[in-house]
Design a protein around this ligand. Structure first.
Ligand code: BT5
Length: 248
């Protein structure tokens, strides 16, 4: 990755998109100290206070079909999990598809966006937010969000995590490109999946249902066994999956 450092941006995903439209190369990355309009999925807000997190996006130009680009979120989640473990020793769990959790609270979120042209991927932007040295969250996030500092009780060097992420992502992304899917990654992902073999609730625009999480398949879809013993295939997108006892 070739990283460009910024002080303040609206959203690092926006900065990378602009660079992509101007012809930036695969592997271009942006890190900012603060985001004034950090985004989650579906236009939700991502709070990104100054100097206390990793607010980072990078550009990929894989030669893949649009449907497979969402798998890159899974690739990035694995890399972020490894990076945090390597730099701090903390073992996060993955909340499918795009969150990392530590001690039951969200510590990292991933926002993957793409541009297509003539049925092919023109580019993919992967945005990662890791709460590193945040000391307090707004009231509405207190029960669901946390930071490495709050969990580990010490200040963490952000650059070590970025460096470890760069290496881990290169390794997993290579595996993804080699097969065009997640067949080399899914078993390890499932080892770290929150609620694996537990009851989960799937919420989408049509309502909700419950079943037992059986982990992801090689396309990154979540398999959930319903009460009748049928396997449902849940695609990422406008769904969220929760354990039945709360946020995770
Ligand atoms: C995500 O969305 O989790 C994706 C977050 C991606 C953020 C990165 S930072 C760099 C890049 N630039 C951007 O503008 N974005 C990316 P989602 O699953 O929709 O979760 C959003 C929800 O998480 C919000 O509605 C809040 O409830 C909660 N939230 C907001 N800020 C948070 C934080 N810092 N830590 C934990 N939870 C947060």
């Amino acid at each position: 990755m070739k990283i460009h450092f910024y002080d303040e941006v609206d959203s690092t995903n926006n900065v990378i998109k602009q660079m992509a439209n101007e012809g930036a190369a695969d592997g271009t990355a942006v890190v900012a100290e603060i985001q004034t309009a950090g985004r989650g999925r579906l236009g939700r807000e991502w709070i990104s206070p100054r100097k206390s997190g990793i607010w980072m996006s990078f550009l990929l130009r894989p030669d893949v079909e649009p449907w497979s680009a969402s798998m890159i979120t899974i690739v990035a989640a694995m890399a972020a999990k490894d990076a945090i473990a390597e730099a701090t020793g903390a073992e996060c769990l993955i909340k499918w598809p795009n969150d990392l959790v530590l001690n039951g609270k969200k510590i990292c979120g991933i926002l993957t966006e793409m541009k297509t042209e003539a049925g092919r991927v023109d580019y993919v932007v992967v945005g990662i937010g890791i709460n590193v040295n945040i000391t307090a969250f707004p009231k509405e996030l207190k029960n669901t969000a946390t930071s490495l500092m709050l969990e580990l009780g010490r200040e963490i060097d952000r650059s070590e995590i970025i460096e470890a992420f760069d290496k881990a992502f290169a390794r997993y992304y290579e595996q993804f490109l080699q097969t065009g899917d997640l067949s080399l990654i899914k078993d390890e992902y499932n080892n770290y999946l929150a609620n694996m073999n537990n009851k989960v609730k799937i919420l989408d625009t049509n309502g909700e249902c419950t079943g037992v999480s059986k982990g992801i398949n090689e396309r990154g879809e979540l398999l959930v066994e319903d009460e009748a013993g049928q396997l449902l295939v849940v695609r990422s997108g406008e769904v969220s999956v929760r354990g039945i006892y709360g946020y995770v």
